[in-house]
Design a protein around this ligand. Structure first.
Ligand SMILES: [Zn+2]
Length: 248
């Protein structure tokens, strides 16, 4: 899909967001215009579909905050907002789930078997077409409550995974978390989907559910929309750099 030029696109995007009411939580405004330049790896195909993966769901709640908030719920809310932003930008999206359900096969029983089936189906969706990039949305949790802030993990299997991670990190840090010093990090085998990915793939750990103040932010709709908008802009930065590289 052809992606329109940055300034025209952003003007159109703001119009669309204003019309749909999404703009209410996006107070960061035009600071996002004219950000960093991005270099992608040369000499390969164009990626045009973003697979958005809200982590966990259904039988699998993921991490939980002290107030009982489940990771799966926040993941889905932010992922749906990312989808809305990308749709408004004219970027094709596919969701691994749009409601509180796992993606496991219906005939599988047992917690471990369900989890294995769930992850395999997400992986299959990631690779269903060759032109996909994969963005998984999760929340972090740590034994010490003081840690907070977004961190992006990337797959080591495709050179553009790191580029995509950096685009997202830069947008979030610049416009929402200027004090955040967390570097993007290459994942190992511990993150199955990134370890198995053959396309550009990242996991955005939006914040820490072990931190009460950050949990409160992550639960608020305006903050979710700000974060989602910046994640979407990071994805767009990557896609535009890739289009320019490939001469589209
Ligand atoms: Zn998770």
């Amino acid at each position: 899909m052809k992606i329109i030029a940055p300034k025209a696109m952003l003007a159109r995007l703001w119009m669309v967001l204003a019309l749909t009411g999404i703009v209410s939580g996006l107070l960061i405004g035009y600071r996002v215009i004219g950000r960093q330049s991005v270099t992608v790896s040369a000499g390969r195909q164009s990626f045009s579909t973003v697979v958005i993966d809200p982590g966990h769901g259904g039988f699998d709640g993921g991490a939980s905050a002290q107030d009982g908030t489940l990771e799966k719920t926040i993941n889905l809310q932010i992922a749906l907002a990312v989808r809305d932003c990308l749709d408004a930008m004219g970027v094709r999206t596919v969701m691994t789930r749009t409601q509180d359900s796992g993606t496991n096969d219906a005939d599988v029983s047992g917690l471990h078997e369900k989890k294995v089936s769930d992850l395999k189906n997400r992986l299959a969706l990631m690779h269903k077409e060759q032109n996909r990039i994969f963005v998984s949305i999760h929340q972090n949790h740590f034994s010490q409550a003081e840690y907070y802030g977004t961190q992006v993990f990337y797959s080591g299997n495709h050179p553009d995974s790191k580029v995509l991670a950096e685009c997202i990190r830069a947008c979030v840090v610049t416009d929402l978390q200027p004090e955040n010093r967390r570097e993007s990090k290459r994942s190992g085998a511990e993150i199955y989907l990134l370890h198995q990915a053959k396309v550009p793939a990242v996991m955005v750990e939006c914040g820490f559910l072990s931190n009460a103040a950050e949990t409160a932010k992550l639960k608020s709709e305006p903050y979710q929309k700000q974060l989602a908008f910046l994640i979407a802009l990071g994805i767009l930065d990557y896609l535009q750099a890739e289009e320019q590289q490939n001469g589209f």
